[in-house]
Write a protein that binds this ligand. Structure first.
Ligand code: NDP
Length: 337
């Protein structure tokens, strides 16, 4: 059983030296337990937060513990009445080949799911995040302008496409020309701007000629600085993530922008609301799943996976995710079907 454990807590960007790749005996399932074999492992930005010893909505990963993460697994041994051999399940078994489960908190995918890895992306946590954050908090209306960054990523790509389905104008922001081209040509965004260009703020102002009604916040930093002056009265900001700050070790340079932020929120009556997807919306999974599976079936939503082979490459891929090297939902293929 190969496992990635947290060796030391990263300061700033994580590196290979913060992790250990260890090998131990394959575990065996006792009465009432299952042995799960990992086929797919999801890599997600929140994992960076779990590497810190800081108080948050979830406990940090302890030193020498296996890194956490959503997985799609097959049941390799079952001593549990509710699960049969070979069955596919969604689990939270982390960065390892095998795990023991008591059968609680598993989602069944059946014996022959058509796209099992989708349960980690478009039909899973990132999909639910995009759907609920945009529709429940963002409340987009036809004709409004929606802006989203990390526009080709797991969450952003879906936010923009759902906003298009609701009749909005969608302006994406992504890293590099290739991602921007794909957001427009493949995902159907109206415009997509490269956040690496020095005049992002001017380009955004030009693109959003009627201001911004919904800003789905995935990244923070200089993208938020460019968005803030363009927000319309009664704009909504689903505060989903701030990936540009996850490796930060100190406050950003420059003047304190708190007064400007609060002033804008006040005079423009802007609603900004954070959310933690499963805590706030886990109970509404079925509603999301019905709409999303229909949209996929009808070809209304496109989904791109960035699938990397081999558990041994997990750390490198995770570091890449924080640097924008992924193109689509980052998933590791840990083992064969
Ligand atoms: P993505 O698949 O979008 O991958 C991360 C992307 O972030 C990178 O590809 C990169 O895209 C972009 N990025 C990284 N650094 C920067 C930077 N400095 N400035 C601008 N963009 C940057 O990840 P997810 O879709 O899984 O997650 C998107 C956001 O949603 C994250 O902030 C995450 O924490 C949050 N999230 C929150 C949840 C919640 O419950 N609140 C649940 C799930 C996700 P590019 O190359 O285009 O810049």
């Amino acid at each position: 059983n190969r496992q990635w454990t947290l060796a030391t807590r990263p300061v700033g960007a994580p590196s290979l030296s913060n992790f250990n790749f260890i090998e131990s005996e394959k575990p065996t399932a006792k009465q009432g337990e299952l042995l799960l074999r990992t086929v797919f492992l999801s890599l997600d930005p929140y994992m960076r937060g779990r590497m810190n010893d800081a108080k948050s909505y979830a406990e940090p990963v302890a030193i020498d513990e296996v890194m956490v993460g959503g997985t799609v697994c097959r049941v390799e041994e079952s001593n549990h009445p509710d699960y049969s051999l070979g069955e596919w399940v969604v689990s939270f078994s982390g960065w390892q080949d095998y795990a023991i489960s008591d059968g609680v908190d598993l989602l069944k995918l059946g014996q022959q799911p058509t796209q099992p890895s989708y349960a980690l992306g478009v039909m899973g946590m990132p999909g639910l995040t995009a759907y609920m954050g945009l529709l429940d908090i963002g409340q987009p209306k036809a004709g409004e302008t929606v802006v989203v960054a990390a526009a080709t990523g797991a969450v952003g790509s879906l936010v923009g496409q759902i906003a298009k389905l609701k009749g909005c104008k969608v302006v994406g922001i992504a890293g590099g020309a290739e991602k921007c081209r794909s957001a427009v040509e493949e995902l159907g965004f109206d415009i997509c701007l490269d956040h690496k260009s020095p005049d992002l703020a001017a380009q955004l102002e030009q693109a959003c000629d009627s201001g911004i009604d919904v800003y789905f916040e995935n990244v923070g930093g200089k993208v938020f600085d460019a968005v803030l002056p363009l927000l319309n009265a009664c704009a909504r900001i689903p505060l989903c993530g701030m990936i540009s700050q996850y490796n930060a070790t100190e406050l950003p340079e420059g003047p304190d922008r708190m007064f400007s932020l609060m002033g804008n929120l006040l005079v423009k009556r802007i609603k900004m609301q954070g959310f933690i997807v499963f805590d706030d919306y886990g109970h509404r999974y079925n509603e999301f799943s019905q709409d999303m599976s229909q949209w996929l079936k009808d070809g209304k939503i496109k989904y791109r996976e960035d699938l990397v082979e081999g558990l041994e490459n997990t750390v490198e891929s995770f570091i890449g995710l924080l640097e924008g090297k992924n193109f689509g939902k980052q998933v590791m293929r840990v083992g064969p079907d």
